[in-house]
Design a protein around this ligand. Structure first.
Ligand code: FA5
Length: 350
């Protein structure tokens, strides 16, 4: 019995040496196979148990189990050591440096590399969001595929209202439509929020119309709305003035005209002096020297009523900024079609 136990001890020393020298996971599997596999060294020792008494067999069995446990322990320690070494070498050779800056990138990739940035419309949208949130407005969102009720009905366009033709609409086969303006979000905010409230809703809108230097079929607006117990045209105009002064960093020339929208009363068109031609006339302002950017008005009592608000108690002011045109004024962009043309030479200027 003592011989067999000594043999097992010797196996342990050999196995420990083999494990220490293993270079990878395959070599480790081979060690395990050589010592404890069906035809392994331990099996060879155990075959000699037949000549022993039951007590002696018990002793040798214990030694064999201790050997197996020790082997498992050494194997798993070596396995994790090999794994760590592998990851350490991978970290040296395969990595993504997210902090790389354009000049370094250009050095690696050759000249002509540019860093990406947000789209000019997004840049102005973000600036407007900062301005409005600093004045206590929340930013809200709504779906681009809408129903007739939110795009027209709840905004006081009756079914046969001629003003529906003011905004040529894309309809879907399911009877839905692509929202023609962000005023849909006025209704969704009135449904989901309790007054008093102040919201802005930037987003994409769609119109089935002929494209030219100042008209796109897909463009961006930013709706704004205040609902409170006392809201006046003075509040509205002050808000518009603040918005434009903050965006342009100076006072800009504007003119206010009466404007008709079924969901406001009174309604206004706020035009900016065209900054592409400085008012002398160009294709953006249709040679009038003025560009429509900011229609606005006081929320119509019918809109408040359909949202369950009593117009004797609550009043509202709203505006619908044409974001593309505002950005055109900011940067002197002479054609609205540049925004979505996907031309990098244009986008890299901002
Ligand atoms: C509206 O869409 C109203 N919902 C705005 C509104 C909101 C009025 C709240 C009152 C109260 P309008 O159709 O005029 O209005 O569009 C608003 C602005 O979007 C325009 O002044 C213009 O700057 C821009 N716009 C309109 N059509 C286009 C177009 N095809 N391409 C680019 N910009 C456009």
């Amino acid at each position: 019995m003592a011989d067999l136990i000594a043999e097992i001890k010797a196996l342990e020393a050999n196995a420990a040496a083999a494990i220490a020298g293993a270079a990878d996971a395959d070599a480790l599997a081979q060690v395990s196979h050589d010592f404890t596999g069906k035809k392994g060294a331990l099996t060879g020792v155990m075959k000699q148990l037949g000549s022993l008494t039951p007590e002696e067999r018990g002793e040798v069995g214990k030694a064999a189990n201790a050997f197996k446990n020790k082997l498992d322990e050494l194997l798993s320690a070596k396995e994790s050591e090999l794994m760590q070494a592998k990851f350490a070498s991978l970290a040296e050779t395969e990595f993504l440096d997210l902090s790389v800056t354009p000049p370094e990138y250009a050095a690696v990739r050759g000249s002509g590399a540019h860093s990406g940035h947000t789209h000019p419309i997004t840049q102005t949208q973000r600036r407007l969001e900062e301005i409005f949130t600093s004045m206590g407005f929340s930013i809200v969102d709504g779906p681009q595929v809408e129903d007739d009720y939110h795009n027209f009905g709840a905004l006081n366009f009756t079914d046969d209202h001629p003003a529906r033709d003011m905004q040529d609409t894309f309809y879907t086969a399911t009877g839905h439509l692509l929202r023609t303006h962000t005023s849909t979000v006025q209704i969704r905010a009135l449904e989901g929020m309790k007054p008093p409230l102040r919201i802005i809703a930037p987003g994409r809108v769609f119109r089935y119309e002929e494209v030219d230097a100042s008209h796109e079929h897909t463009f961006y607006q930013m709706e704004g709305m205040i609902i409170d117990r006392k809201v006046s045209v003075g509040n509205l105009l002050h808000l518009m003035q603040t918005l434009l002064t903050e965006v342009f960093g100076r006072e800009v020339d504007v003119r206010l005209r009466p404007g008709y929208f079924p969901f406001v009363e009174p309604g206004f068109e706020l035009d900016m002096k065209c900054l592409v031609c400085n008012g002398s006339g160009c294709s953006v302002c249709k040679h009038s020297g003025w560009v429509e950017v900011l229609p606005c008005g006081l929320v119509h009592p019918n809109v408040l009523r359909s949202a369950g608000l009593d117009p004797a108690e609550w009043q509202g002011a709203a505006f619908g900024l044409g974001l593309n045109r505002l950005v055109m004024m900011q940067h002197g962009i002479e054609d609205i079609r540049h925004f979505m043309a996907g031309k990098l030479d244009f986008l890299r200027q901002f």
